[in-house]
Design a protein around this ligand. Structure first.
Ligand code: SAM
Length: 291
């Protein structure tokens, strides 16, 4: 196991439970188990239900396995929620009562050594949530064309200086570590811009590359389609997003769906929650019901 001395605190715990659970004997799917925080809350709240948890990261899933050992009604599966219909079919499950997705990365991925998600430490450029996947941040940074990199940094990072950063990346290849990438981004940004930024100047570029590595936005669209297909009438879909690109996809999909009706959201964490769990700061929960 990698060195890791932290613990992921589930965001919006009461809100998730009160909206997601409506049938004490139902089947619930946690699409993004992570360290198992939300899964444990669901299992505690309704011991007579069945809970199926997915995560693509076998390392984090091992932490969840240890945490959830005592619950006989939880099944954990190392798979992408994109494959939910296929996997439920093999389990002979046609419909479920609730689907939860807590998007973004887990504290484990951010803090465990050498996962390459953070600009705060020097690590190999990786950023894969699924360690069995072949494409990593290293491949993208070192092989994509300047134009493709600029597009990704602009679209997924909403970075105004995407062209300059892409050019700097291409001119400084090979880039092997997170620190090298941070230095390349720093060189590309005008000094006035560097002084002006409230958040770390590498935040947007790192976000963009992470989204590209893990196909995060494409996956959310598939998740929403899966929810339409798999929820029973009255079933609930609860999605927690962490930035506007994710929330926009969720909001528009639900608005245009014939099968889902938004019943709550966007719900944001209280000041107290943010104080005790700063990672919750940008979280937004939307809940839809299958009609
Ligand atoms: N709710 C969890 C808890 O309370 O411990 C934390 C979830 S964490 C924010 C998000 C998790 O989603 C990560 O562990 C990540 O590996 C997983 N993930 C991301 N994309 C996924 C996908 N397509 N399928 C399954 N899991 C995914």
């Amino acid at each position: 196991m990698r060195k890791y001395n932290d613990k992921h605190i589930p965001v919006l715990p009461q809100e998730v439970i009160s909206y997601l659970i409506w049938n004490d004997n139902g089947i619930y799917v946690d699409c993004t188990v992570g360290e198992g925080g939300h899964t444990a809350l669901i299992a505690n709240k309704c011991p007579n239900s069945r809970i199926i948890g997915f995560d693509v990261d076998f390392e984090v899933l091992e932490l969840a396995r240890q945490r959830l050992e005592g619950f006989g009604n939880v099944t954990l599966i190392k798979a992408s929620y994109v494959d939910l219909p296929l996997i439920l079919k093999t389990m002979e499950i046609e419909r479920v009562s609730g689907i939860l997705a807590d998007l973004g990365i887990s504290t484990y991925q951010l803090k465990a050594e050498d996962r390459g998600f953070t600009f705060n430490r020097d690590e190999p450029l990786d950023m894969r949530m699924d360690l069995e996947q072949t494409t990593s941040a290293h491949d993208i940074v070192n092989s994509y064309s300047e134009k493709k990199l600029a597009d990704i940094i602009f679209r997924y990072g909403e970075e105004r200086f995407s062209r300059r950063i892409a050019k700097s990346i291409v001119n400084n290849r090979p880039i092997n570590t997170t620190r090298e990438l941070v230095e390349v981004i720093q060189k590309a940004l005008p000094p006035a811009e560097l002084r002006k930024r409230r958040r770390h100047f590498a935040t947007k570029t790192f976000q963009a590359i992470r989204i590209e590595v893990n196909k995060e936005l494409k996956n959310i669209e598939q998740l929403l389609k899966n929810a339409e297909e798999l929820l029973e009438i009255g079933g609930r879909l609860a999605i927690i997003s962490f930035h506007s690109l994710e929330d926009r996809i969720v909001k528009h999909f639900i608005k245009n769906s014939k099968f889902l009706k938004q019943i709550a959201g966007p719900i944001k964490p209280s000041e107290d929650e943010i104080k005790s769990n700063p990672r919750a700061r940008s979280a937004k929960l939307r809940v839809a019901e299958r009609i």
